[in-house]
Design a protein around this ligand. Structure first.
Ligand SMILES: *[C@@H]1O[C@H](CO)[C@@H](O)[C@H](O)[C@H]1NC(C)=O
Ligand SMILES: *[C@@H]1O[C@H](CO)[C@@H](O)[C@H](O)[C@H]1NC(C)=O
Ligand SMILES: *[C@@H]1O[C@H](CO)[C@@H](O)[C@H](O)[C@H]1NC(C)=O
Length: 326
């Protein structure tokens, strides 16, 4: 009996090829926690992440223009003058590069794999961004986050991709903070990320792709563990990226200091529209903000078909129709 169930278990273990990156840098704790948990789950993970903090670099595609680092890496984990890309001495699947997150995806697929892991040529099953230090919810962060930018870069290239972000925004060095404490939010986020990834791979079965062509997922985790000890297993909740409570960045001129500072983040009108996707789903901001219940994670589906739908197109066509005769 026991042998039989062990055999059954063995045949159901999935081993997939995953490229992992983030925007907080290769030395950040949450990406190391996710690397550890995905590897422990039996996956073949190639991590290639920026050597510096690259939050807010969106989908900008930038790689190193020099052979050496021109400045110190984050947490001085690699320093000015050292090679601009390389890997951990004790693990050649953990790479850094002096570039943006989207650039790291390109570097992984175009250089690291063909040159050092040719057996992985054209066989990446999934690209994962994260877990990001801080949430990335609503359209304003979708276009700004480097973690999400890495995933749409992957989706442009035809690969399935998932971005994960967590409410804990500590910028933390893995050599200080990577541990096995089940209340460490980064461990909770990593565990939940692996659950979703494995669910998708299980459903994939014999299909070529884990997600439809041109599609990716954006996931946000709420405060958990140390930050909220009543939340240790945040439940996934379907969401949409746009919608109620989405905000836009604004600027405020402080007359006292004479300086510009962040303004109120409440210009929700345009971002509240629902043109695509299910309008009955709550927005990511509502889910992670706790409006649909405590301890919920948002999971949204994005597509890189940024064109307006045909009804909107028809409205716009009627407005611009005259120019085609000019
Ligand atoms: C992998 O791709 C590289 C670059 O295109 C090529 O030189 C190499 O022969 C390929 N190896 C395998 C095993 O497909
Ligand atoms: C994040 O920082 C806060 C305050 O410095 C600390 O209390 C908390 O334990 C840190 N969390 C993690 C996951 O490192
Ligand atoms: C303007 O700056 C001052 C000094 O830093 C600060 O005390 C004040 O709260 C600021 N005003 C607003 C509206 O944020």
């Amino acid at each position: 009996m026991q042998i039989l169930s062990l055999l059954t278990l063995a045949t159901t273990v999935l081993s997939k090829n995953i490229v992992l990156t983030n925007d907080d840098g290769w030395a950040a704790t949450p990406i190391r926690a996710l690397y550890r948990d995905l590897t422990d789950a039996g996956h073949n993970v190639l991590m290639v992440a920026p050597v510096t903090q690259r939050s807010g670099w969106s989908g900008r595609f930038q790689y190193s223009y020099s052979k050496e680092l021109l400045e110190d890496g984050q947490f001085n984990y690699r320093n000015k003058g050292e090679p601009a890309w390389g890997y951990e001495e004790d693990d050649n699947k953990i790479w850094y590069m002096n570039g943006t997150p989207a650039g790291c995806v390109g570097f992984a697929l175009d250089v690291v794999i063909p040159k050092y892991f040719p057996e992985l040529n054209n066989s990446i099953d999934l690209v994962v961004g994260g877990v990001n230090e801080g949430v990335n919810n609503s359209p304003q962060t979708f276009t700004v986050s480097g973690t999400i930018g890495a995933t749409y870069e992957a989706v442009y290239r035809g690969l399935p991709a998932i971005a994960f972000s967590g409410s804990n925004s500590n910028n933390s060095f893995f050599k200080d903070d990577l541990n096995d404490d089940p209340l460490n939010p980064f461990n909770i986020y990593a565990k939940k990320s692996v659950q979703l990834i494995e669910e998708i791979f299980t459903k994939q079965g014999d299909n070529d792709r884990a997600l439809p062509l041109g599609v990716g997922l954006n996931v946000n985790f709420p405060k958990a563990g140390y930050d909220d000890e009543t939340c240790t297993n945040p439940v996934y909740t379907k969401s949409r990226i746009a919608g109620t409570d989405s905000g836009a960045y604004t600027i405020y001129l402080n007359e006292t200091t004479g300086l510009l500072q962040d303004g109120p983040n409440d210009l929700t009108q345009a971002l509240g529209v629902c043109y695509n996707g299910p309008c009955n789903y709550p927005s990511e901001t509502e889910v992670v903000g706790g409006k649909v219940g405590h301890c919920k994670s948002s999971i949204s589906t994005f597509s890189i078909d940024y064109d307006a739908n045909s009804q909107l197109q028809a409205e716009v066509d009627s407005l611009i129709g005259g120019v085609f005769n000019l």
